[in-house]
Design a protein around this ligand. Sequence first.
Ligand code: 5GP
Ligand code: ZN
Length: 118
Amino acid sequence: MEINMEDCLFCKIIKGEIPSKKVYEDDFVYAFYDISPQAPTHFLVIPKEHICCANMITAENSSVVSKCFEAIAKIANDLGIADDGYRVINNCGELGQQTVKHLHFHVLGGRQMQWPPG
Ligand code: 5GP
Ligand code: ZN
């Protein structure tokens, strides 16, 4: 599961080495549109600190998770999906179908979601 930062796709996106469509950035967080959107609005919110997955969140690094959720609320309001509602998803590990090993929160909006997820 562990991958070093030099080889991490999302670390490269944060550094601008790989282009992305940015929706928000601050000192702790970067947010950008997913390259393969699964809803009319689909963006990813990631901490700038490389944390490989939700299972590696600790008392020492968990403040970036609050920063991600602060950003989600702000962006959702800015993009106009807050009133109708939206879904925040974190895929963790193999069974969670995490494909990029840098902690990220998917935010999907603009359509009716279903439950349970696949
Ligand atoms: P995961 O499957 O790990 O939860 O989510 C990874 C997400 O990253 C996928 O939804 C995928 O479409 C997105 N993704 C993968 N590579 C890129 C890329 O180069 N640029 C952008 N914007 N999104 C990407
Ligand atoms: Zn990374």
